[in-house]
Design a protein around this ligand. Structure first.
Ligand SMILES: Nc1ncnc2c1ncn2[C@@H]1O[C@H](COP(=O)(O)OP(=O)(O)OP(=O)(O)O)[C@@H](O)[C@H]1O
Ligand SMILES: [Mg+2]
Length: 453
């Protein structure tokens, strides 16, 4: 099998990518679904996750995990740029791209947001290529159709936004060929090289073709692929790092359409939980009196946050050792937090509302079944699991919670790496599996052809 589809999902915290044979939708075989080890270029961390981060240092630009590590050393006034995605979903994209990066991100004041995004995409494309070349099945592909997943645009002008984004990818493609493999090294690339090469890349983007798939559609595609009932209705809860998104979808044959009135985006997600936890730790650690002690403690908590959350979500509590002290955080403490309670209220009502909209559609079509699925890093949270298990029926409708991680993710070949991060990869996997009818936009840029006409 040689024609493949590859989908990238650049999340607020992590980018992910997966590939599947072009005909996977009609002939699904789990063995041919290939989550790509785009994080494999880094020495530590999960091989399937690549930190979405760019750090502008004194005279170099760092990417991914190296960018995050350097930002942590650099202190409070300096930051890595992480949330490209938020930028890509604003209604006036071009204006947002042309704003200067804040001084905390770029102390030299030479880069616009657009420059940093193109740099990151160049890094991401190189990491994806390296991972595809490493994969025993994908590396023999004769053709690869590319896609990216993005939140549903608020402006509604998918085609217009799509053109702008594909152009960024085209510029990134030119840039990464000019820069070469150095971009994947932990020391990144020099600002000098960027100043020389980036303007040329922007003036001459490579021809680039991509499809756009909305994140919720991709999650639903992955969920519904194994379902015998082609008329499934789905409710998707995606709690990532930056946002929690709820979407309702109805599938009919190979078509999957979103019921737009049900869509809700909440600003609280993984990053928000992180700050709730860090504040609890500080409040419970009265011994940390000086500013320096508190800063040190805050950093230690952030460094171990992923593990702390996993333990709190799984076991209800986590303990952390710091400077000879044992610090504990309990799920109960989080549940008592005022902002967290607000989040829970918002989440419950958004979910109920989505279900109501779906039920109307289910009944109108003479069906009975709704599938509920949680994706994203937050799928492991107890409050998300409980939410999707609520099966209050109305009329004949039934809600069935689907597992976030399918059995095949435990296959031995993945050496235990895939299952723990599967919910985070669900969107890139679904995006690679989905048939063309599910794309929100297609096509690309071909500057050379445009110049000829
Ligand atoms: N097992 C786990 N237990 C608790 N939290 C987890 C777990 N795995 C991942 N997370 C958290 O999930 C978040 C990352 O999830 P994900 O990769 O879905 O986000 P993203 O796609 O980058 O963000 P967004 O979709 O909001 O742009 C982080 O906050 C991370 O700490
Ligand atoms: Mg995400």
């Amino acid at each position: 099998m040689s024609a493949w589809t590859l989908c990238v999902d650049f999340g607020t915290a992590y980018s992910k990518a997966a590939a599947a044979p072009r005909n996977a939708w009609s002939r699904f075989d789990p063995a041919s679904v290939r989550p790509l080890m785009i994080g494999g270029v880094q020495e530590t961390g999960n091989a399937f996750l690549l930190e979405s981060a760019v750090f502008v240092d004194d005279d170099r630009i760092l990417f991914g995990r190296a960018a995050m590590a350097r930002a942590e050393e650099a202190g409070r006034k300096r930051m890595a740029l992480r949330s490209f995605k938020t930028l890509l979903s604003v209604s006036d994209l071009d204006r947002a791209l042309n704003t200067s990066a804040p001084a905390s991100v770029d102390p030299h004041r030479i880069f616009q947001m657009r420059d940093l995004i193109v740099l990151y995409l160049a890094y991401l494309l190189s990491a994806v290529d390296a991972a595809a070349a490493y994969d025993p099945m994908v590396r023999d592909a004769t053709s690869i159709e590319r896609r990216y997943a993005a939140p549903a645009w608020r402006s509604g002008d998918s085609a217009g936004m799509h053109q702008s984004i594909v152009r960024l990818f085209g510029e990134a493609e030119t840039l990464r060929h000019a820069v070469g493999d150095q971009i994947l090294e932990p020391e990144g690339i020099s600002i000098q090289a960027v100043s020389d090469l980036l303007p040329k890349a922007m003036a001459e983007p490579a021809p680039y073709e991509m499809g756009l798939i909305f994140e919720a559609t991709a999650a639903a595609a992955y969920t519904s692929i194994g379902l015998p009932d082609s008329g499934a209705h789905l409710i998707v809860v995606d709690m990532g790092a930056g946002t929690t998104d709820i979407a309702a979808l109805a599938r009919s044959g190979a078509r999957l359409s979103e019921l737009p009135e049900a869509r809700v985006t909440l600003k609280q997600a993984g990053d928000f939980i992180d700050s709730v936890i860090a504040n609890i730790v500080l409040a419970n650690s009265r011994w940390a009196k000086t500013q320096a002690q508190q800063t040190e403690l805050w950093r230690a908590v952030q460094r171990h946050m992923r593990d702390i959350k996993e333990a709190v979500f799984e076991e209800g509590r986590a303990t952390l050792r710091h400077e000879g002290k044992v610090i504990s955080v309990q799920m109960r403490d989080i549940e008592r937090d005022r902002d967290f309670k607000e989040f829970m209220k918002g989440l419950a009502s958004a979910y109920q509302f989505g279900l109501e909209v779906l039920r109307d559609d289910v009944m109108a079509r003479g069906r009975t079944e709704i599938q509920a699925i949680a994706v994203g890093g937050g799928a492991a949270a107890p409050f998300i699991r409980e939410l999707i298990k609520k099966t209050k029926a109305r009329g004949n409708t039934r809600v069935t919670a689907r597992p976030a991680t399918p059995d095949w993710a435990h296959a031995r070949e993945f050496r235990g790496n895939l299952a723990p991060v599967f919910p985070q990869l669900a969107i890139s996997i679904g995006g690679a599996l989905a048939p063309e009818q599910m794309l929100a936009a297609q096509g690309g840029i071909n500057p050379r052809a445009d110049a000829q006409t």
